[in-house]
Design a protein around this ligand. Structure first.
Ligand SMILES: CC(C)(COP(=O)(O)OP(=O)(O)OC[C@H]1O[C@@H](n2cnc3c(N)ncnc32)[C@H](O)[C@@H]1OP(=O)(O)O)[C@@H](O)C(=O)NCCC(=O)NCCS
Length: 167
């Protein structure tokens, strides 16, 4: 179980944003996280699906996104042996909590955590070409487009820091 990941970031109203493991206390709140109706083409209908994926396949690691003491979203990460990259997936902020700066803070917190791991590789994620809000967020965090598949999903990458770079 990962202890709380706290990069000291807040949302636009000053709530502290942290990532915590999913446990007996919070899993129901995480499972109930849902996107807006018009976002369902890009993500699962609720975070419950991502929780099950993490539990059943053991590849992805689900994290609860907290704003203050409340669960407001889900995000997960996995190491892909095929491309040697850490992947971020299942990023979902509850419809009632979007556009408050939580998503940006959660993303930057997870990126910081992954980049501090030993020999941290590049970080990758997949995002549909029409998901302009998410694409804008990822670009502002430094992700660059790598390739687009036939379904319109972009693989985007945040390059690994050069060896010896302490920044
Ligand atoms: C994408 C998502 C995670 C962003 O989380 P959020 O908390 O709403 O985002 P933030 O409030 O932190 O905004 C961060 C940036 O994202 C972009 N953004 C977010 N929503 C946007 C929208 N509706 N339109 C345009 N840009 C948007 C903006 O660049 C914004 O920065 P700004 O506030 O300085 O303009 C959230 O909208 C979400 O859960 N969407 C549904 C699921 C999804 O698409 N996940 C990504 C799958 S790859």
């Amino acid at each position: 179980m990962i202890a709380a990941i706290d990069a000291g970031l807040t949302d636009k109203s000053g709530r502290k944003v942290t990532l915590r493991g999913v446990d007996d206390e919070n899993w129901r709140s995480v499972a109930d996280i849902v996107p807006r109706d018009d976002q369902r083409d890009w993500v699962a209908e609720s975070a419950a699906r991502y929780l099950l994926l993490s539990l059943r396949e053991g590849l992805w690691h689900s994290l609860a996104v907290y704003a203050g003491d409340g669960v407001v979203g889900h995000i997960m990460h996995a190491y892909d042996e095929d491309d040697g990259c850490n992947w971020i997936g299942g990023m979902l902020i509850d419809a009632t909590e979007q556009n408050t700066g939580v998503g940006r803070a959660a993303l930057l917190t997870l990126i910081g955590y992954l980049q501090e791991l030993p020999d941290a590789p590049a970080v990758r994620l997949s995002v549909h070409e029409e998901n302009t809000g998410a694409r804008k967020l990822y670009a502002s965090a430094g992700f660059v487009d790598v390739e687009k598949d036939e379904d319109g999903d972009w693989t985007c990458e945040l390059p690994a820091a050069p060896a010896g770079d302490e920044a």
